[in-house]
Design a binder for this molecule. Structure first.
Ligand code: NAD
Length: 280
């Protein structure tokens, strides 16, 4: 009997996460027996201070890997033995591979966004892009967008200092990068070819549009990160204007595709994982 592949997710408030189902279903198709354990800090009154014993235990129990989510993506870093280039650049880890007793941190959020985005909008004009939201998701996407070839990236955040800090960091890390902070979305969208939305606005618990509808027009492509629900008000509005769109499911699936590859060393079937996600 083959060993069971032990995987897990460490985070807070993760009971409704779709990641366990995505990972276990893909493992099944590869003939692997997998168990995916939710390690929910909220369930046992835990905090990031518990990361050291949790990681120690996962290693002791023979876990092959862990996904890491809010609020642990930065806090986990000091506990790891090494980081991938991407995780180091982003200063955030969403996937830990445990191999031969070593804990290696990776980040598949940005590459996951890029995977979903290029699948949905392979012809997208990357000359000038507005990014709304410079938090965890926005920062991961910003790195990936520059790696993908976005020429000018204008970043907007309600916290202007956060947008500026991210732009400075990107310009420092990527030779030739042209990232800047914009004071508002209207400024960022002037002459832009696309809009990436990475604030929580539009989530079921935070409905609405993240910017005035009249700032959108049919000449923009729109990439959304929110995926509860998949069809946000922003996407509905953009679709009605004729904008090519990429929904938040692409990133959710894309990060899982990347993590599966890292956990197992096998090539997942991205289209199959996407179909499964849409059934959940
Ligand atoms: P976060 O809190 O780290 O960052 C959100 C940022 O948006 C903050 O910096 C905040 O100041 C800014 N902001 C909020 N409203 C704004 C507005 N109207 N205009 C400008 N800036 C505004 O959150 P996060 O972890 O980055 O998550 C953001 C969203 O992305 C959430 O809805 C989350 O569910 C989603 N997400 C999706 C995926 C996916 O796989 N599709 C992955 C991660 C996060």
């Amino acid at each position: 009997r083959p060993d069971t592949l032990l995987l897990g997710l460490i985070g807070a408030g993760i009971q409704r996460s779709l990641t366990p189902s995505m990972q276990m279903e893909e493992a099944r198709h590869h003939g692997l027996r997998a168990h995916y354990q939710l390690i929910d800090l909220d369930r046992f009154g835990g905090s990031t201070a518990d990361l050291a014993p949790l990681l120690w235990s996962a290693r002791a129990m023979g876990f092959a890997g862990l996904n890491i989510t809010y609020p642990c993506k930065q806090a986990v870093i000091p506990h790891l033995d090494a980081l991938s280039d991407e995780a180091r650049a982003m200063g955030a880890v969403n996937t830990v591979v445990i191999r031969e007793g070593q804990l290696i941190g990776h980040n598949t959020d940005g590459s996951g966004w890029a995977r979903g985005f290029t699948r949905a909008l392979p012809q997208a004009d990357l000359s000038a892009v507005a990014l709304l939201g410079a938090g965890g998701a926005g920062a991961a996407i910003a790195h990936a967008a520059l790696r993908l070839g976005v020429e000018r990236l204008r970043i907007v955040d309600a916290d202007a200092g956060r947008a500026q800090a991210l732009a400075d960091e990107l310009n420092r890390l990527y030779a030739g990068a042209r990232a800047s902070a914009s004071p508002d979305a209207a400024h960022a969208l002037a002459g832009a070819s696309g809009l990436i939305h990475a604030t929580p606005t539009g989530m079921a618990k935070l409905p609405g549009l993240p910017l005035p509808a009249e700032w959108l027009h049919g000449g923009l492509w729109v990439s959304e990160v929110v995926y509860f629900p998949l069809e946000t008000e922003l996407l509905r509005t953009a679709r009605a204007l004729g904008c090519p769109i990429s929904d938040g499911g692409g990133m959710a699936v894309g990060q899982a595709v990347g993590a599966f590859e890292l956990f197992t060393g096998r090539t997942p079937d991205a289209a199959r994982m996407e179909r499964h996600f849409h059934q959940l």
